[in-house]
Design a protein. Structure first.
Length: 271
């Protein structure tokens, strides 16, 4: 069964939905009668979770079974924002401290961890930030200090990011002092990856146009690999993650020359 850092009774709805989507991506379908035992939740709670998932277009239900409505296990951004909150908050604070205090142009990608970085940079009047993420832009605009440039492109509903040729062309018209991108997977074998090919293309261009490249990813992303490659590990200068990362993987990343910084997240805050 799917392991988790929390006891079954402490899981939130978003965490239960995340578990179900991962299991569906592995098995194709699940029997509804098995879900209370898998999730450690009551039948009524499971039925409410399934209703939410069906309303969001994540699953299909029929004859006591559920199947995934799409092949990807990628969570909608509305759910991702509420997972590993404390780790992302601390990663955002640390990563933002790596940006020197002088006039700079930054590229920031989408994703809930980069959104945390943006919140910490929002008061910096010395920065120009180019982003394809509507959520990142909103976080930066909260203090009305950073100069924010939003790319064109068409919106990707799962991520609230702008993708496509217009977004790529906009990014290629800039040079960046720093690019800070999120990742769905960080693996020794496959490098930095995402669920979405269109999203990975945007992140790749951000990194190609930047002098310094930083990847931010909570520890749940380390050791994972997905279909859409952003970049090889040797193109990245730094990775900021949290203290629950696999020590062997962190050591291996450091051996190949990556500056891996761990923010301390107590087990009690791992929600």
């Amino acid at each position: 069964m799917e392991p988790a850092g929390l006891s079954m009774s402490e899981r939130t709805r978003d965490e239960r939905i995340s578990i179900l989507l991962k299991l569906l991506s592995q098995r194709g379908e699940l029997k509804v009668c098995s879900l209370p035992a898998i999730l450690g939740a009551s039948g009524a709670t499971v039925r409410r979770d399934l209703a939410v998932m069906e309303e969001k277009g994540l699953i299909r239900r029929s004859y006591g079974k559920v199947t995934a409505a799409r092949s990807s296990a990628e969570l909608p951004v509305s759910l991702r924002h509420s997972l590993n909150i404390e780790a992302k908050r601390r990663i955002g604070a640390l990563a933002s401290s790596l940006i020197p205090y002088r006039p700079l142009t930054l590229a920031l990608s989408g994703g809930s961890t980069v959104r945390s970085v943006a919140r910490n940079l929002a008061g910096r009047a010395d920065l120009t930030v180019v982003t394809n993420s509507l959520d990142t832009a909103a976080s930066l605009l909260s203090r009305q200090a950073v100069e924010v440039v939003v790319t064109g492109g068409h919106a990707r509903p799962l991520s609230n990011d702008l993708v496509g040729k217009a977004a790529e062309k906009s990014l290629r018209s800039h040079r960046f002092d720093y690019a800070i991108v999120g990742a769905d997977g960080v693996s020794l074998e496959t490098g930095i990856t995402r669920h979405s090919g269109s999203g990975a293309s945007i992140d790749r261009i951000m990194m190609e146009q930047a002098d310094h490249r930083i990847v931010v990813a909570d520890s749940s992303k380390l050791g994972r690999a997905h279909a859409a490659k952003i970049a090889d590990l040797d193109t990245v200068q730094a990775i900021v993650t949290d203290s629950h990362a696999d020590p062997a993987l962190v050591a291996a990343l450091r051996r190949i020359g990556l500056a891996v910084t761990l923010v301390v997240v107590p087990p009690s805050a791992r929600k």
